[in-house]
Design a protein around this ligand. Sequence first.
Ligand code: RAM
Length: 355
Amino acid sequence: MSRKPILTLAVPLLTAALLAACGGTTQGDDEDDGGPGTDATANPDAEIQTGLSFAMLPKSVNNPYFEASSTGAEAVATELEGTYEYTGPSDASASSQVSYIDTLSQQATDVILLSANDPNALCSSLDQARDAETVVVTFDSDVDPGCRDLFVSQVDSDEVGLALLEMTAEQIGGAGEVAILSATANATNQNAWIEVIEAELDSNPDYADIELVDVVYGDDEDEKSFSETQGLLQANPDLSAIISPTTVGIAAAARYLSGSEYQGEVALTGLGTPNQMREYIEDGTVTEFALWDPTALGELAAWTGAAAASGIVTGAEGETFTAGELGEYTVGADGVVTLGPPTRFNADNIDEFDF
Ligand code: RAM
């Protein structure tokens, strides 16, 4: 890659000041330093660069889940003496994300951390950004692997889908009609989990008595998720459970259920943040749900971006890097780095968590 990301921790401050005066990065040199976006091999002994510019572009802003990820990423940018920006649309749509990618690439941002609203719609903008030597790390929700350098996955998709179904089966005694309240119709992450649920329902005899009757989309908007919940319950009078694999959806569905005749009658599980779901665990609307640590996910995404911008990894399977205090990670197939298993939250443990 030709943009040489800047300084190592050892470089004197004067040089840092000079480079900062020139915009903080040395761009446009033709030397291939082994970074991502090229056929170059990784240099595991390269030093992690400081002074990088990071930007996080979530599916949408005003979502506490992404705010937690942003806190994690910003802490890494600060530790690496870089700059940090959290920017994105207020609606979770791919078309709204395009202009943010274009702007960040025009600003010659070193590392974009992206949670994508669509696997393909962002690719031409991402290609342009990468041609301009920006490292693109997706996290949370991926694009086609050809359009980014690496993907930081929260949990293996199969594990998420299986955990969602297991919690559902436990909560409805292994039988009944279930419906899914998802985020947006094109979200890569939610669709991967829904596919796992559908395949498992079709093939696993343990779930032979569970029927998926509907999938609806709240678009990661609180009001839409709330009214879709109401619609689901009215359209499916025999519904036993709602599975909502989105922190926005599950919180809105819980709010609807808690004030309705369905509280305690229709189970609700899915992926939520403990802080948004605490009151619904306490009032008995929800028994158990799951999530990973979104702050750690943001941290890992930022370390991954820094390692890629430093030429330590290129996204090839088997490469390793150190993600600060999170420890050592190995790049898996298709340039995927995985954070770890999800945690289940219920009345016994929810007060131990604050995010
Ligand atoms: C919402 C978003 C995000 C998803 C979480 C579980 O905040 O849709 O992409 O990972 O829920």
